[in-house]
Write a protein that binds this ligand. Structure first.
Ligand SMILES: [Zn+2]
Length: 407
């Protein structure tokens, strides 16, 4: 297998989580008697460009199915994040009714609705039918395709180039990152701006966020690697912000390579921090499996203890990262009885692999579990707020990453 970016031979395994079903392949009751698809979940690190990446075996079209259940608008915190971002960009880039904004992976319109309200023309790119339909209902035009160089060139020929191209939590999810990046260049106006947000590999390493690894998440990105990928596509990074979303993300600002904008000092600072953390030598990657295993063992040991003590444990948040943790730890409904989720599209289904039932959040009030495991730790504060009533019966919250915490 060769590196998706630089084509160097990949010989260093960074993390091996065994086999797991695609993390968004939620099951219906009738699926529980059928065989389930399991794919290897293994990451490699390229020692030439330092891109961390999954095995090539899972195909995008299989993973992002039409019934793909994730609707961005179900997270209040994420909707607020998008609103703040849109206002910041409108001010900073002086966007107006003569500008054009493209969002790649526009999901249900959680972000572009802010540009619609500000009367700034926009276009969503979204291959998933269910979320695209939701966005169209908000008045957002949507092209229902995967983004890449071919689509970008068509948009450019139609004069639909963008002053701003937004990609929030999509860059790490594209199988062909070079083609996608060439697409960004092709769809961008001469003086346009690209912003991409993605989880920062530095935080994954520091906070042992191995549960953010799943098949749909193809690349684990440093600013160093992204700068190289941009460069090869005729783009460059001119600014970067470190933001708290998804356990620590980067918001990268890009432009054409020949754009005259000066480069912010923050770009070289972040790249230097990465180098200082050892991200351009193999040791830091080699040590990671043992650190991830310790987190997994502590979590599994804790659940077994609770079961033996007769405690009832439920989960909150049927997110992808929950599936990675539960499947790697081998947790089944005897250890974690049910998982609640606010998304109605997931309720009544079952978690892939573990077959834990997904219920409406009211189930927590009704069944009064002793412990609630918050699986998506990145929205832990939001969940604690929403479920603070569990203290009425002495209920406590549990998070597993970066270390087991019961509060
Ligand atoms: Zn490489």
């Amino acid at each position: 297998m060769n590196c998706r970016h630089c084509k160097a031979k990949l010989s260093h395994i960074f993390l091996d989580l065994g086999f797991a079903p695609p993390s968004n392949a939620y099951l219906m009751a009738e699926d529980l008697t059928r065989a389930e698809q399991y794919l290897p979940l293994k990451l490699f690190v390229c020692d030439t460009c330092w891109l961390v990446q999954t095995d090539d075996c899972a195909h995008a079209a299989e993973l992002f199915r039409d019934d793909y259940a994730y609707f961005s608008s179900t997270s209040a915190g994420w909707v607020e994040h998008a609103r703040n971002y849109a206002q910041q960009m409108i001010d900073r880039l002086k966007l107006s009714s003569s500008s054009h904004v493209i969002e790649v992976a526009s999901n249900d319109g959680y972000l572009l609705q802010n540009f619609v309200r500000a009367k700034i023309p926009c276009l969503g790119i979204e291959p998933t039918a269910s979320t695209a339909t939701a966005a169209e209902k908000l008045g957002i035009p949507v092209v229902r395709e995967f983004f890449g160089e071919a689509l970008a060139k068509r948009l450019a020929q139609q004069g639909r180039n963008a002053d701003l191209i937004v990609g929030n939590n999509v860059y790490a999810h594209v199988p062909d990152i070079n083609d996608f990046t060439r697409g960004l260049a092709a769809a961008l106006k001469v003086d346009g701006t690209i912003t991409l947000e993605f989880p920062h590999l530095l935080r994954l390493l520091q906070q042992i966020q191995f549960d953010t690894v799943y098949h749909e998440h193809y690349s684990y990105l440093s600013l160093f690697a992204v700068s190289r990928i941009f460069q090869q596509a005729g783009l460059r990074v001119w600014d970067v912000e470190e933001i708290p979303t998804h356990g620590g993300s980067l918001r990268v600002f890009g432009c054409h390579a020949n754009d005259s904008r000066p480069e912010s000092a923050r770009v070289s600072e972040v790249i230097e921090n990465e180098r200082h953390a050892g991200m351009r030598s193999l040791d830091v990657y080699r040590d990671f499996q043992a650190r991830a295993n310790r987190v997994k063992d502590d979590f599994l040991g804790f659940l077994i203890e609770q079961k033996r003590a007769g405690k009832r444990v439920a989960g909150y948040g049927a997110a992808a990262k929950g599936n990675t943790l539960l499947n790697y730890a081998g947790v089944k409904p005897d250890l974690l009885t049910f998982v609640c989720d606010a998304a109605s599209s997931k309720q009544g289904k079952y978690m892939p692999g573990s077959h834990i039932p997904i219920l409406h959040p009211d189930a927590i009030r009704e069944q009064r579990p002793d412990l609630v495991v918050i699986l998506p730790w990145n929205i832990s504060a939001e969940v604690r707020d929403r479920l603070q009533y569990i203290s009425q019966w002495g209920g406590r919250f549990v998070t597993a990453v970066p270390e087991l915490a019961v509060t």
